[in-house]
Design a protein around this ligand. Sequence first.
Ligand SMILES: Nc1ncnc2c1ncn2[C@@H]1O[C@H](COP(=O)(O)OP(=O)(O)OP(=O)(O)O)[C@@H](O)[C@H]1O
Ligand SMILES: Cc1cn([C@H]2C[C@H](O)[C@@H](COP(=O)(O)O)O2)c(=O)[nH]c1=O
Length: 868
Amino acid sequence: MDLSGAAALRSVLRIRPFRRLWLVLSVASFGDWIGTLATALFASQQVTGSVAQGSAFSSTIAIRLLPALLLGPIAGVFADRFDRRYTMVICDILRFFVYGSIPVVALISDSGGLVVTWAVIATFIGETITLMWIPAKEAAVPNLIPAARLEVSNQLTLITTYGITPILAALALAALDGVVRGPIGGLPDWAEPVQIALWINAFSRAATAAVVFFGIKEISAGHRERQERAAETSMFRQFVEGWKYIGGTPFVRGLVLGIFGAFAGAGIVIGTARFFTASLGAGDAAFFLLFATLFIGLAAGIGLGPMVVKELSRRRWFGMSIVLASGAVGFLSVAFHLSMALFGALFVGAGAGMAFLAGVTLLGGQVNDEVRGRVFSVVQIGARLVLLLAISLAGLLVGLGSSRTISAGSVSVDISSTRILLLVAGVIGVWTGISAFRQMDDKHGVPVLADLWSSIRGRPLSAAEEFTRQGIFVVFEGGEGAGKSTQVNRLSEALAKAGHDVVVTREPGATDVGSRIRSLVLSNGDGTDAPSPRAEALLYAADRAHHVATVVRPALGRGAVVVSDRYVDSSLAYQGAGRTLPVQEISWLSSWATGGLKPDLVVLLDVDPAVGLGRVDTRGLGPDRLESESRSFHERVRYAFLDLASADPKRYLVLDAARPADEIADVVATRINGLLSSGDDSHPAPASTAVPPGPDLNAPDLVDTAVVAPHADPAETMVIGIGTPGKPDETLVMGFGAAGAPDETMVVTPGAGPDETMIVRPASAAPGPDETVVMRPAAGSPLPDETMVILAGTTPDETMIVPLGSPAAADNDADPAPAAASPRAAASPRAGEDADPAPAAASLAVADEGDEGDAAGDDEPPRVGDRP
Ligand SMILES: Nc1ncnc2c1ncn2[C@@H]1O[C@H](COP(=O)(O)OP(=O)(O)OP(=O)(O)O)[C@@H](O)[C@H]1O
Ligand SMILES: Cc1cn([C@H]2C[C@H](O)[C@@H](COP(=O)(O)O)O2)c(=O)[nH]c1=O
């Protein structure tokens, strides 16, 4: 997690569609819990005799799990095939009628048997519908929020659903009983507390249907594309493909296996809990204490886990959490005192909570939108079934088994079937965790415990090499024809003239090995033997590993200034964003190849691909394999470079490559001179140690980079990198919020209009009129000096007036924009995301009222800097 605690929570709640969905989930979850309790109580109230009451109670609870067996398998296909918003709305309307029918039947019928039977049937139907609703909702969430915030949003949702709302529901039911029935006494049937709870359950569904339909239109995002793809495939085929995907993708297979293992372990603990506490010689109170401890552990795992493990790979964290939970189950099998049992239960809960959070986040962040519904439905439905089976089998086995006391001298140990079962469950769980870990590990070769320990201390292990460097490492990056070679030559000549030891180099192709790799990756061939994307990534990494080991490190070691044409960022941009390979994996690969060597400065020459490719064209050599890629490929590459720059502005100098070469060379020389004369030998940390750009006002390059921290809160920090000092019409790159949230980057370029006009658009989005906002000072208007007018489009009612620097504007993180008529979602970093409270330029992000804008994320290229 890039942001800490409350700040991270605030930042995720600022995303309006997510905030609304979270409210919907809270209401729905409250309704569900109160409905579950009330239905069970209600059914048992309809019959007499403790046996009949007990079976009425438990059958309505058990019936909630059964529909998974029947309709479960096709639920995910619905979520991937149909509009997820409509799926959710229709499901909720149906559930309103179904749940509402339970109290209605009770009002019109005198037969307790009929009422109970209907309660059971209605619960069954309601749960069946829920199976369609859940995958649609789960699959929609990752499209509403940036990947970097997925974990926080999952924390919030899980704690709300499994922590806050069940407690609130139980309290509300008790309060209804005490407050409503107590003082009033004899109530009409329809006003009985249990009946009211059932009405609440039904109406909570009607309310959520309305909010989803009218308030979260973003959930429909990507539906058209999914529908087009689905039109070519039958439902059955989609169903089979879903299973093939799960079985054939090691990462997903490992994840599913691990989640099922965790649920099986939890089921065994639940199924044996009573016998276990009895074997400790403790009574009912100990049983409840054990359960409470397990839930406290669960909440702690979900709430505090990410803060403890920090930057540890989530794939590793997932496997480790399962091993922790299972190890604790094994520990329970040998616990001979209640205090030991409580200790074990705490870790069972914490491990399970962390595994659940990591698993859900990985599923949301790394499974394609196309199949996400099916994967979520298999996980959720499978988990329910495994849990049910484990509880009942464990109960059965423990009931069948007996207990033996083994004595050795004065010590006698009670070996019961419960303990043997717990031990077996623990061992199987540890094996499952290790298998999942192996299938999913993304840091092969890095020792697990050392990595965990370093992460806890804030320094996750990368494959960094020890290295004493004296020199300075400067890299030029940018798209095709940006002018990198030109500037590399200018700079090296200037440095050589000034008497520096300069090594000019490039990637790929600076060495013999590298030049062979270069021809492999760039030659056009006959088009059939082009390396696959992963092979291409590995070839560039191989070139880099050899280049760094034989050219760059030796030169830096002797104190030279190394100037390289391209380096790691090219891989992140071309193979990551361009080829859409997971950026984190490319980053890891490069980090491994370079031993964590980072440049001191990256000069990013930002150019419109049309201009750059046009320049390349004038060489008359014909395009190479990468230059021949599509326009959108090069657009993705361009914005990936800008994202990287905004995530670490101190290390970047972003320049508009459209400016004359001389002018660019002057700015670069000034910056390099500053670097050489600063005597700053504190070189950057290894690749994996992400240092978020905090408000470091002593930064030597403050001329180029402004850090605006409106409040003391780092989440609300805005970083502005200015292309050329003193040239206000240069391109600005604004990174909003935390370093790890590059999705929120905006690019500001001079407009075509009057001098003081700027065009602002989100860095991730393809340029289009909808996504463009024009800003100009309110010169000539009757408004005060510090007012700026933001026009979205051309219609007057889309004009928003933002008073600059005023706290009123800065503090606006709620829906309504100040004095706004109806500005469109255009300037928002993601459609529907609320403004971060910041003065001045931060007000750019305030333009956020549009409900019609496309939900973000669906078609976006992978974002550099996102955690998988
Ligand atoms: N600032 C500039 N303005 C206009 N043209 C430029 C500028 N800088 C370089 N050029 C021209 O653009 C072409 C490409 O420049 P150069 O080879 O330096 O770019 P590059 O980024 O190294 O290209 P490549 O993508 O092939 O690595 C050359 O013809 C060069 O003269
Ligand atoms: C280092 C690196 C490069 N590329 C691509 C980018 C360009 O298309 C070529 C290199 O050509 P240039 O004339 O030197 O600019 O290779 C890449 O895709 N990944 C990389 O890591």
